[in-house]
Design a protein around this ligand. Structure first.
Ligand code: NAP
Ligand code: G4F
Length: 357
């Protein structure tokens, strides 16, 4: 029997990579997409299949995490074996501007989907996309037992969703797992997250379209990994005999300033000539340092990231250079083929340029 997966957030960075690996493993993939006045499916367009093809394995449905009736109907009709809940308002800075909406989508959205699984009576394993942001002010390294001390409306919403996931596991015996993922990036990362904002700006500077890059807190440290490796961890969690919670990261932290320096020097530019700070990109409360302790995931899932910080920077800069019609330096591409990672990604390009956050 073909296994069926239901994925929320399939049009996002992680959802698009997850859909790829699930299809490559032979799954039927059923994805929830939001209706927009313009198409917002550019990350999964390469996976699109003609709806008239009787052998197609990718199915897309309009829906929204605020619409519990539609979620329940879809889960009942599709009857998936695995549910990956990735949909969220996922931008931390935006969550300070839209705290109620973020709570509704990122927090209550998880409850709606868990309840939809319960009400529809299906026996699906459930993945909740929890976040290292939940650790907030707890000092590093952070693991599954580290206290959750959220520092943003986004993190507070994720903490609520985390505990609802645990509650549905304990109260109703549903096989629900939390993946507590540290920051993971790629050429498909949204343009207003800091890594992508930096690599995209570099390509624009080299192309002569931009002179300065305005950033916020350069001292914050993050544990940055390569997104395609992290979606493999999501899948591994749902293949275990027992549901559980796992921290996923590289175990190494770098500051935003280090990312900037590494990326600018890769293309032979001096960051000091191009990078300025702007108060609008600082947050009312900040998470200073995140570093994962992934002992449990390594021992129980056998999961180990391969792509290093420097390689990640080069992969992203190369992709953004190509998206601007420039010749990439090439080390990023070489890394992917050396590691056997078949992600010759084109960088996600928003024709309108996006609103800087
Ligand atoms: P992303 O690129 O921002 O994607 C978010 C997805 O959620 C998009 O498909 C988006 O649809 C969808 N979505 C947003 N609001 C929705 C709504 N009201 N109804 C239905 N769908 C909605 O995020 P990501 O980086 O792939 O992250 C995936 C998940 O992991 C998120 O839950 C995020 O919070 C969590 N997470 C991410 C990281 C990371 O470093 N990337 C780390 C830890 C946890 P549109 O395309 O229509 O906007
Ligand atoms: O790239 P960021 O916006 O990611 P952040 O806030 O760490 O959140 C991401 O990772 C979480 C996992 O820990 C996810 F749950 C969440 O969904 C998201 O994917 O910011 C990273 C750091 C922050 O300290 C921020 O203050 O970069 C700093 N930063 C400095 N200048 C900036 C900027 N961030 C953004 N977005 N834009 C700036 O100009």
């Amino acid at each position: 029997m073909t296994r069926k997966a239901f994925v929320t957030g399939i049009t996002g960075q992680d959802g698009s990579y997850l859909a790829e690996i699930l299809l490559s493993k032979g799954y039927e993939v059923h994805g929830l997409i939001r209706r927009a006045s313009t198409f917002n499916t550019c990350r999964i367009d390469h996976l699109y299949e003609d709806p008239h093809d009787p052998d197609r394995r990718l199915f897309l449905y309009h829906g929204d995490l605020t619409d519990s009736l539609q979620l329940t109907n879809l889960l009942y009709d599709v009857a998936p074996d695995e549910v990956y809940h990735l949909g969220a308002q996922s931008h931390v800075k935006v969550s300070f501007e839209m705290p109620e909406y973020t709570g509704n989508v990122t927090g209550l959205g998880a409850t709606r989907l868990l309840e939809a699984v319960k009400r529809s009576g299906i026996k699906a394993s459930f993945y909740q996309a929890s976040s290292s942001e939940m650790f907030g002010s707890s000092p590093p390294p952070q693991d599954e037992d580290t206290p959750l001390r959220p520092r943003s409306p986004y993190a507070a919403a994720k903490v609520y969703a985390f505990w609802m996931a645990v509650n549905y596991r304990e109260a109703y015996g549903l096989p629900v797992s939390n993946g507590i993922l540290f920051n993971h990036e790629s050429p498909r990362r949204g343009e207003t997250f800091v890594t992508r904002k930096i690599t995209r700006a570099i390509a624009h500077i080299v192309a002569g379209k931009q002179k300065y890059l305005y950033l916020g807190n350069l001292d914050a440290k993050r544990d940055w990994g390569y997104a395609p490796e992290y979606v493999e961890a999501m899948w591994l969690m749902l293949q275990q005999a027992q549901p559980d919670d796992y921290v996923i990261g590289t175990g190494e932290a770098h500051s935003v300033r280090e990312f900037v320096d590494e990326a600018f020097s890769y293309v032979g530019l001096d960051a000091r000539e191009h990078v300025k700070t702007d108060s609008r990109y600082f947050r009312p409360t900040e998470v200073q340092v995140l570093i994962a302790n992934t002992k449990k995931a390594r021992q129980r899932l056998g999961w180990e990231p391969k792509v290093t910080f420097g390689q990640l920077v080069r992969i992203m800069v190369d992709a953004d250079m190509e998206s601007q019609g420039l010749k990439p330096i090439g080390e990023g591409r070489a890394t992917l083929s050396r590691l056997g990672l078949n992600h010759a990604d084109r960088a996600l390009v928003n024709p309108t340029g996006g609103v800087e956050r």
